[in-house]
Design a protein around this ligand. Sequence first.
Ligand SMILES: [Zn+2]
Length: 300
Amino acid sequence: MEYIILDNEWHTPYCKINGKCINELIEIGAVKLDENLNEISRFSVLIKSTFTKKLSTRFQRLTNITTEEMLQNGMTFDQAVNLYCEWAGKDAVTMTWSNSDLYVLLENFRFRRKINTVPMIGKYLDLQKYVQNEMILKGSKITSQVSVSNMAIMLGMSIDGIGLHRALDDSLLCAEMLRKVYNKERLHSYIIDTSVPDYYARLTFKAYIIRDLNSPLVNKKKMDFKCEKCGRDAKRMTPWSFKGNYFKAEFSCNCGNKFVGRVAFKKYYDKVVVKHNTVPIPATVKKVEKSDKPLEEAQN
Ligand SMILES: [Zn+2]
């Protein structure tokens, strides 16, 4: 089995056709490794922007890619992708540092080729997830996503002299990090097949809270409440209202117990998750307007 560590650089010019900014791929860099993590070959190409003739100063500073270099050496997106696919072959496991590269690649394929897949990736692995979990197994306390350069520092590697953020350099650095924490069996348990039909639909699905009580996704049976004091069915006393992600209503039980029942429905790609809980009825505070006269005075 061969591994490819892929890294991409992109910028975000305004796209008139879409009426919004697009993450346009500018550089693809990658290194191919054998199963013992020995380097087999390297890949690096620049893509010429179709939106701008000049790269932003910030992008040039971050990536060390200059406008002149892009204009001189940049090829079209299709040329770059075809070259990459020829180099990569079909069976390698592709890794990227976090799956944000996948989203950007998908955005580019959608825009350029009107397809909802990334044909240059088959078997895929999120290297950041793997390396972070290896570090956690070793006792590191990692609670958020760690950047490539910070992880290199955590692993005691020198990052001096490495043109960080240049795509190929980043992929070489990732290869070095992988060598430090490589456990073949555990690594393989992270491999995902992106060629399954709904992989990208699932990846890009944004979970949302259902706000419409009449939505077919709302299971009305989940809106019944039992009294927590005596276990009998409680009766709803007010209409449902929606606030703070929850449908809420006041409930009352024959035993005298009263409470607010709250239900939230969250839609994920292939399921609806229901949250169901109760809170005490808030005490109603009677507001006394300043203009109101004290009771005694009114009686006089
Ligand atoms: Zn009760």
